[in-house]
Design a protein around this ligand. Sequence first.
Ligand SMILES: *Cc1c(COP(=O)(O)O)cnc(C)c1O
Length: 479
Amino acid sequence: MKLIFEKGSEGRKLSILGTCDVPVSLPEEQFLRKEAADLPQVSETEISRHYSALERRAHGVNNGFYPLGSCTMKYNPAIDEEMAALPGFTRIHPLQDEESTQGALEVLELMEKKLSAITGLDQFTFQPAAGAHGEFTGLLVIKSYHRDRRDNARTKIIVPDSAHGTNPASAAMCGYEVVNIPSAPDGCVDLDALRAAVGPDTAGLMLTNPNTVGIFDKNIEEITRIIHEAGGLCYYDGANLNAIMGIARPGDMGFDVMHINLHKTFATPHGGGGPGSGPVGVRKELGCFLPGVRPVRGEDGKLHLQAPEKSMGSMRSFIGNFLVVVKALTYVTMLGREGVLEASRNAVLNANYMRKQLEDIFPAAYPVTCMHEFVISLDELHKETGVSALDAAKALLDYGIHPPTMYFPLIVHEALMIEPTETETKETMDEAIQALREIYQKAHENPEALHQAPLKAAISRPDEVQAARKPRLTYGMDA
Ligand SMILES: *Cc1c(COP(=O)(O)O)cnc(C)c1O
């Protein structure tokens, strides 16, 4: 497919408006560009076709099943977009006086209340723009806490090997030494290894729960107790909250800090890379370290933006991706208490339905009742037929299904991580199960064909190593 710059021709444009009949006011000479910008010169028809063609080459939740484990690609209600498009929300400016933005501030106050009720934590910042950004923020809260107590010996963060990949990365970015601890055979944290790892140098623990193999750690209270007794704080990676919301609360399990991915759990389209929102919630005692400004209700009954007393500073501009909060608030308000609970139950039910239906050919790496996702291993199949998890994932594209997450988590060989989400019907899941069965059969009959898959997709098999190592992200205008 050609780039937009390779289309059109000199002088072609779309003229919607006539010539300007008011005086034109230009910036000072020094700010004017010396040469005309190198813009595509195309007609409206060409633009429209170009972007429609691009859209057709992408696969979204609106095109088909998207069981990309860990990413929670659920269908997002259209009403969220309608609410976020209301002029009262879009036409305000962060520097406007508080008097005129009370409604927007109330959105933040209300969302904080809802998130508190769901998580059991007290105060939230909406500054972080995504989950990983929330992890970074939350760990800085932990760092601020130790520093405030002049306890500078705490230099290590414990991260189980079933954690999401962003966990150790965030800890390292905060300047912490990452202590990796193994999982027990049941997929939960190995308690003996945890006990052996803690000490006076433990700043805290980061736990992804349910973890990356879709298991809720049965020893969760013991885990937080071990860390607290050692003087550390507990961080909960809440990106998988859609498995437990309305059922169990990280605050009650003993966690001190957590992030939530509003764009996953609370419905905002996020396949294209943003905007997201990764609010961080903390216990009351840690609220003083939160970044940025937060709305606080004053004696006058109005909301005022205030920086917490010992705030760590700012993690980004203003109060974060506000419109994502509007969508999330719309979503939880629409669901209500019962609906939130129902969403979690269905996410878990759907994952277990698929896990059970595939069990005879693709057994789960941990064959126990899972939460909202599960991981299968194609190690056996690979050894028998030479068909890898990559081949199977590519073959699914020919069925119009987005592949599950591949080769993650690293603790499972030839892993495919499947998360159907709560918004899929039994029919859709049955089609995916049927597709995986056919792929399994083809692997035994004609493995060679699967190495060539996909045959029907817009792009077959890009060179992923080259794409990662030497990405070409710009277009050479002069070339
Ligand atoms: C998605 C995810 C993250 C990272 O969130 P982003 O919004 O992509 O930065 C962290 N942990 C888990 C368990 C996740 O699934």
